[in-house]
Ligand binder design. Structure first.
Ligand code: DAH
Length: 385
């Protein structure tokens, strides 16, 4: 009998897309069985190799089932058809072929079961991949106070310790309170320097500083007063790395009898040491503000160049621009005109005031180079504090 036509007969009904089998899938048992069948009859060995490879290479349960039916199906499986052909053979060949086909069937059934078990394991492994109990748990997001809120809370805490309480006042303010009662003359250039956002030109505005809070507090209360005024302020500034058109300030106001510049100095020194450490060097420099007289600014030795004005390589310090000092806040003795404006008698009452920018303090404290970062709300930035 011609082996090629026999082999063709055995392959009847197999889908050509997979009937070539997948030899890589054959395990040693299959190879041994194929060799044994080959010894009986080359066509049997070849068919076994193909079918076992096709079954072992089924990519999923559904195609495994289809291939199983095509190969081992009781009605139309190729093996069944090959058995049907047996009758055409002479008696002794028939027995040998029959035994060979039977051995094939047993082997192929084992391949089907092995592949089925393997596919089930893969499915389980895939399902479990979404549920890896060895992975670290997901942390829930935990919110925290904004860095400026933290700095503000620290400062308020400090002033609380010095006997100050908090007074809040509106962000939309009268010109009266923002300027006039704070002794800004009607045509004084200091008004222009505040680059005001007007709500109604000449009467209502977004407050340009937190100092109007003092006027409100003094109109409302009698001395002695010890108050801090935290809040957001607005200026129509050109925005850049160190200027925003909205930022935060805290003003402080101390009003009593016989308050002197020495009290102011002591308070500011205490404040500077509390936030920058006990060794910090400070100086008071005379500066003009309409609502204080004398007015001054508190400088601290530049934290970057340690007051030297030069950095390690000898070049000019970029932060203090070579001066060795950086401005921390404005301050002064409350101007008599301000006391008059709120109905206090400047012959009896004295006081000092100071005002600082929170962004500037936070930038110096944490080395933040860019003021815009505070308002961008980028979690990667905010989460660091
Ligand atoms: N209000 C001033 C500003 O925003 C800062 C300031 C200066 C506040 C002197 C004060 C002070 O209380 O005494 O420019």
């Amino acid at each position: 009998m011609n082996p090629v036509s026999e082999r063709d007969a055995l392959l009847v009904g197999l889908d050509p897309a997979w009937s070539a089998g997948d030899p890589a899938r054959l395990v040693p048992d299959d190879t041994a069985r194929a060799a044994e069948l080959n010894a009986r009859e080359p066509a049997l060995g070849e068919a076994y190799r193909r079918w076992a490879g096709a079954l072992a290479g089924a990519p999923d349960v559904k195609s495994l089932h289809e291939r199983q039916v095509a190969v081992l199906g009781r009605e139309r499986g190729v093996l069944k058809l090959a058995l049907g052909e047996l009758g055409k053979l002479p008696a002794e060949e028939r027995r040998a072929r029959g035994a060979g086909l039977n051995a094939m069937r047993l082997g192929l059934e084992a391949v089907v079961e092995a592949r089925r078990a393997e596919l089930e394991r893969e499915t389980e492994a895939k399902a479990a991949a979404g549920l890896d109990v060895t992975l670290p748990g997901r942390r829930p997001w935990i919110g925290k106070a904004h860095v400026l809120a933290q700095v503000q809370a620290d400062l308020l805490d400090l002033f609380h310790g010095l006997g100050y309480s908090v007074y809040t006042s509106p962000e939309v303010e009268w010109d009266e309170y923002n300027f006039t009662k704070l002794n800004f003359a009607q045509d004084h250039p200091a008004r222009d320097a505040h680059d005001t956002y007007w709500i109604r030109e000449g009467s209502t505005l977004l407050r340009t500083h937190t100092s109007p809070g003092w006027v409100r507090a003094m109109e409302e209360r009698k001395p002695p007063l010890r108050l801090v005024f935290p809040g957001r302020v607005y200026r129509a500034e050109q925005v850049d790395a160190s200027h925003m058109d909205q930022f935060h300030q805290i003003d402080g106001l101390f009003v009593d009898q016989d308050v002197s510049m020495a009290d102011l100095k002591g308070t500011l020194a205490t404040f500077a040491r509390a936030i920058y450490g006990p060794k910090v060097r400070t100086r008071l420099v005379p500066v003009y503000f309409p609502f204080v007289e004398p007015g001054c600014q508190l400088d601290i030795a530049c934290a970057i160049c340690d007051g030297q004005g030069k950095i390690a390589n000898g070049s000019r310090c970029p932060v203090c621009k070579g001066s060795g000092w950086s401005e921390l806040l404005g301050a002064g003795m409350v101007h008599p005109n301000v006391f008059r404006a709120v109905g206090y008698d400047p012959e009896v009452v004295t006081g000092f005031a100071f005002g600082m920018g929170l962004e500037r303090i936070a930038m110096a404290r944490y080395g933040v180079p860019e003021i815009r970062l505070f308002l961008e709300n980028d979690i990667r930035f905010l989460h660091q504090f």
